[in-house]
Design a protein around this ligand. Structure first.
Ligand code: PFF
Length: 449
């Protein structure tokens, strides 16, 4: 088997896994979903689902990953008890590889927007007005160029391997992103209209919280945000040292990720209402978002424009950081198909990365060229249909197929006495019954439309 590498420290792993989890999902996906699903009601349901379903599912993936020390297909096959569960493992592993490749193909488009906006501010500061206005205009050539650029960067980083690639990027970024978010929140809250946004974000209308569509969106968003169901966290789990407590690191990743999403909401929803107060159209007559997936690249530039001279610098810093946050997530996606091909087909890492990366780039460019028709469908298919369902199967593998003793032994590594903790008292039951049933319930709703 290829040398899998191991994170040198808890901090290294935490930063890398958090790097995978924290990305466009938090700062683009979560606020956009919240804005189109009644704000605070969405936040409430999201929090319940992240801690009630997504975090327990994250634990399942990390535990399988560290135990199996292999890609998702092999890992699940290894837990199987007979030919049927082995075939199921193969199927779930492959479905994950396919799903994550499709996620990357839409993710790279939004990542490309971040890059384009990062370049826009310097262009404007240098007086290149034509370039700046080209970069500001949402059009296929711009989107295609930056989409390909984003994919190119992802491919280059993955070629460098685990330590050099993932760890280095993960550890440097997060504090600056938190800082800039906090400053922007403080700023936006001083502007006219912001308090309406804050109210929309924080005061729930409980009747909306039971809307099936809202629950489906929130579950998809929770699984997307924690990078679940597709084997990403499983691979990261396989890189965690045996001396670490899995339940502690899993908890920290979920908490960090959710904090970022919450902060992003504190910025974007008020910023929307500020834009609204200054005449930008945000909602159409039916209350749907005018900008759709482009919401944040409408309201944030509008916000930066209110800042005078400083706006250009802040816009640059923000979009650069967002681009890096997106890259630490996209590399964790590309790692999934690459690790599989390298470990099972004996193809070199270099070639595998280039081949798979190019294929995904082609799919992504196809979506760019047919954005209106394809984008939303690919997002819905992968994050709402596929990720939670695959998460359900991971839960079934840990709860029903793997022996309880094996699960406990894995958890005991790096955490002596874990069998006496609260975590071990509730989690096995939870992952066996509650997670599968709850995901199934949401899924049935989804299929009934
Ligand atoms: N969790 C990432 C985000 O919130 O931006 C997206 C993601 C990464 C999804 C890795 C799936 C994945 F495998």
């Amino acid at each position: 088997m290829a040398d899998r590498g191991e994170f040198s420290s808890r901090f290294g792993f935490l930063m890398a896994a958090a790097g995978s989890a924290i990305g466009l999902g938090n700062i683009w996906g979560f606020p956009t979903n919240a804005a189109s699903n009644g704000g605070a009601a969405f936040l409430l349901v999201y929090l319940v689902l992240v801690f009630g379903l997504a975090w327990p599912a994250l634990m399942a993936e990390l535990i399988i990953g560290r135990h199996a020390q292999a890609n998702a297909v092999r890992a699940l096959q290894g837990l199987a008890r007979g030919p049927f569960t082995r075939r199921l493992g193969t199927f779930v592993g492959f479905a994950g590889i396919l799903t994550v490749s499709l996620i990357l193909s839409f993710y790279a488009i939004i990542g490309g927007w971040m890059l384009a906006w990062a370049v826009e501010a310097p262009a404007r500061l240098l007086g290149l007005d034509a370039v700046s206005s080209w970069l500001r205009t949402d059009a296929v050539p711009r989107n295609a160029l930056f989409d390909a650029l984003f994919m190119g960067l992802t491919i280059l980083i993955i070629m460098a391997g685990v330590r050099n690639g993932i760890e280095k990027w993960g550890t440097r970024l997060m504090p600056s992103l938190i800082l800039i978010l906090l400053c922007l929140i403080a700023y936006v809250l001083t502007l006219e209209g912001a308090m309406d946004g804050l109210a929309a974000y924080l005061i729930p209308d409980f009747s909306e919280a039971l809307d099936p569509q809202l629950i489906i969106n929130a579950l998809g968003q929770a699984f997307f945000s924690l990078s679940l169901g597709v084997g990403t966290m499983l691979i990261y789990g396989s890189y965690i040292s045996q001396r670490e407590s899995l339940s502690t690191v899993g908890w920290m990743v979920a908490a960090l990720d959710t904090s970022f999403a919450f902060l992003a909401g504190l910025l974007i929803l008020p910023a929307m209402y500020v834009a609204l107060a200054s005449g930008v159209e945000i909602f159409d007559a039916d209350g749907a978002l005018v900008a759709g997936p482009g919401l944040i690249v409408v309201v944030l530039p509008a916000l930066f424009d209110t800042m005078g001279g400083a706006g250009g610098f802040i816009s640059f810093a923000f979009f650069i950081l967002m681009s890096i946050a997106a890259l630490t997530s996209s590399i964790s996606m590309l790692e999934v198909p690459v690790a599989y091909v390298v470990e099972t087909r004996g193809i070199s890492r270099h070639r595998a990365t280039l081949g798979i990366g190019m294929l995904i780039t082609v799919i992504s460019l196809t979506i760019v060229a047919n954005f209106g028709v394809l984008f939303d469908s690919v997002v819905t298919l992968t994050t709402e249909y596929s990720q939670p369902l695959l998460g359900l199967f991971f839960a079934v593998f840990v709860g029903w197929i793997w022996h309880r003793k094996g699960v406990l032994e894995e958890l005991q590594k790096g955490h002596a006495g874990v069998e006496h903790t609260l975590f071990w008292k509730w989690w096995p039951f939870y992952i066996r019954y509650i997670c599968p049933l709850a995901i199934l319930a949401v899924y049935v709703q989804l299929l009934r439309g």
